[in-house]
Design a binder for this molecule. Structure first.
Ligand code: SAM
Length: 388
């Protein structure tokens, strides 16, 4: 016979737990004449058997059923499924912790956080040591802080030899220019890349053109072109971010941004850039939009991941009007404009295929080109000419 304290110490439980076991009729103590409760060896073994069953994650009630009757397979199967779910969760938690410590894939995590908390995500990236340029690139391109540097190096290697970094054409830049109510005197071009549109703006106006990009190599390239006389000296390149433009309010009568506003988000661009425009100034933005109400699943899946801001062209127009702009003109870029961007890109990818085997950046560009080949027309780039 064991006193309650002896039994408790033998099975590693508290007195309260022993009393609880008794209340649940798992064991049956006896009260002696002197008032002490005592338990038999049968009770001791019963508790030990229950403890062995509890190791399988069963509740006391389930253990009792297992001890008193034939094992209940339904209950055990249910427990097993719960346990499998918990293990899966724990494994995912482990993977995430490892990845946050620098080992593993964070792409889906970044994509998810960016979707549900874009501003918090961006600020968190700053805290992790990314400057704004790299944080925005991470958001749009690399989507994995562990692989960011390698990815960006590959990405820039692909694009470094290309003149055009987004869909467009000289004739459509000219077409958009020709829809302006009057010729501009001071143009701000944002996200100019290597200055492919800058040249058209310079050749077709007499304006002073401030051209901005946050990629130093692009700005250096434009500076070289000006120095060699290939680009007008009316062009002033500035390396700055489109999110914090270092210009006084109302400095420009035309802001031009081909394939770039999405980087800070078109809605934000519409409001932030407006202050830089003179009264009646014009904003020209080109943006990727849906052209059909029911695009294909594969195109939706791709752009939702890679351009989550994408909306139907009519929705964008409404946003622009709501932001206080009058739509002067709006047209969809031609297939030729896409070809101008995609064909040299495709050739470059093929050229590097062997050398850059296994590069995630190269694979992603490949995928984007596939989407363009299959679904262009369901989506497209739209030029919007807007009056403040
Ligand atoms: C898709 S490319 C378009 C470039 C050019 N307009 C063209 O069509 O060739 C986007 C451009 O935006 C620039 N960019 C990215 N983030 C930027 C930022 N925060 N501020 C200014 N430019 C940025 C990139 O360096 C790149 O040149």
């Amino acid at each position: 016979m064991y006193r309650i304290s002896e039994l408790a110490s033998k099975v590693g439980l508290s007195r309260t737990a022993i009393l609880y076991y008794e209340k649940q009729q798992l064991i049956k103590g006896k009260r002696l004449d002197n008032g002490y409760r005592v338990y038999s060896d049968k009770d001791l073994q019963r508790i030990r058997l229950i403890q062995q069953l509890q190791a399988g994650g069963l509740s006391l009630k389930e253990c009792k059923a297992c001890v008193e009757e034939k094992i209940d397979r339904v209950t055990l199967n249910k427990r097993l499924r719960i346990l499998d779910d918990e293990i899966k969760h724990k494994q995912e938690a482990r993977k995430l912790l490892n990845a946050l410590l620098g080992d593993g894939d964070l792409k889906v995590w970044h994509e998810t956080v960016d979707k549900i908390a874009p501003d918090a995500h961006l600020h968190w990236l700053f805290k992790q040591g990314f400057d704004e340029k790299e944080a925005l690139r991470l958001k749009w391109l690399t989507k994995d802080m562990n692989k960011h540097d390698e990815y960006m190096a590959d990405f820039m290697k692909v694009f470094s030899t290309l003149e055009r970094w987004g869909p467009g054409s000289q004739s459509e830049t000219k077409k958009a220019l020709s829809s302006l109510p009057q010729l501009p005197k001071n143009i701000l071009e944002i996200g100019c890349g290597k200055g492919i549109a800058t040249n058209v703006l310079a050749q077709n106006t007499t304006a002073n053109i401030t051209t901005v990009d946050n990629e130093e190599s692009a700005i250096a390239y434009i500076n070289d072109k000006i120095a060699s006389g290939d680009l007008s000296s009316r062009v002033t390149p500035v390396c700055a971010s489109m999110t914090e433009l270092p210009f006084a309010d109302k400095s420009f009568d035309l802001i031009w941004s081909e394939a770039s506003a999405y980087i800070m988000g078109v809605s934000k661009a519409l409001t932030q850039w407006k202050a830089l425009l003179s009264d009646d100034g014009i904003l020209m933005i080109s943006d990727l939009v849906w052209l059909t109400p029911n695009p294909s699943d594969a195109a939706v899946e791709f752009w939702n991941k890679n351009y989550p801001d994408i909306v139907h062209v009519n929705t964008r127009i409404k946003q622009m009007q709501d932001a206080g702009y009058e739509i002067v003109e709006s047209f969809t870029l031609s297939e030729q404009a896409w070809e101008n961007y995609c064909l040299p890109l495709k050739n470059r990818v093929e050229e590097l295929q062997h050398e850059m085997q296994g590069s995630q950046a190269l694979q992603d560009i490949h995928h984007e080109l596939d989407i363009y080949n299959q679904f262009l027309g369901e989506f497209g780039y739209q030029m919007f000419i807007l009056k403040k």
